[in-house]
Design a protein. Structure first.
Length: 246
């Protein structure tokens, strides 16, 4: 019995790892599709696609999966994906934006609505919470990938056309006007910087602290949304209490 139990535990861990890897591949596939759809399937002329291809290689994503995503973007695949954004209120009235890429609006809308309802929130109407979010270009350079200090990196970013930069222990986070993100990205890459990420994201103007008695519901909502294959990003205008984060 102990041998069977050990095999069962190993198999269970393997299945969990496979499921996690499958979700990572699904997200990368959608990012590849999005980049190729907006900028073409030739990576030589599409820096964003080059970045996504690098992520696919780093994740050991099979070449067949990559090719399927590119085929869909070029019209070879049958699926027709579209971007849809949902706005809602989490537990305690916290504002949440959900960015999706879907080939079935009805399926995705039902899943997002169910997640909000299941965890004590509600799906809102267009404009109900989006006024509290700003769209910004967001570029990340890992500090381990450059020898530049903070002052040099800031000057390089500003010279490239960025608006601001935030420094963490691991990253230089560069912010731009959404319309200028591509130009800043290209300028930094031309200067030899290796980018870990470049995209247009939503950032909250103000945040609400999640009430202590709503923490479990709130984290459950974010987890369920994030695990949905159709969901690209979840943007939160909320923070957990400091002791809860620990």
């Amino acid at each position: 019995m102990s041998g069977h139990s050990k095999w069962h535990n190993i198999q269970g861990r393997k299945n969990a790892q496979d499921a996690k890897r499958g979700k990572i591949f699904q997200k990368i596939s959608r990012n590849l599709y999005q980049a190729a759809k907006s900028g073409g399937v030739d990576p030589d002329g599409n820096p964003q696609l080059r970045l996504e291809l690098e992520k696919a290689r780093a994740a050991n994503m099979p070449k067949d999966n990559v090719q399927r995503a590119l085929d869909k973007a070029s019209g070879v695949g049958a699926a027709n994906f579209e971007e849809v954004t949902y706005e809602g209120y989490g537990p305690g009235g916290t504002a949440v934006m959900v960015s999706t890429l879907t080939d079935n609006r009805n399926r995705t809308a039902a899943a997002v609505r169910s997640a909000f309802t299941h965890h004590g929130g509600s799906l809102g109407t267009n404009g109900s919470v989006s006024y509290n979010f700003d769209r910004k270009g967001y570029i990340v350079v890992l500090r381990d990938d450059t020898e530049d200090d903070e002052d040099t990196m800031l000057m390089e970013a500003l010279d490239a056309g960025a608006d601001d930069m935030k420094v963490t222990d691991d990253e230089y986070q560069i912010f731009t006007d959404p319309s200028n993100m591509v130009a800043v990205r290209d300028a930094l890459q031309a200067s030899g910087y290796k980018l870990d990420n470049s995209e247009v994201r939503l950032f909250p103007q103000t945040v609400t602290e999640v009430p202590e008695d709503k923490i479990a519901q709130y984290t459950g909502l974010i987890d369920e949304l994030s695990e949905n294959d159709d969901v690209q990003d979840v943007y939160e205008a909320a923070v957990l209490p400091e002791d809860a984060e620990a």
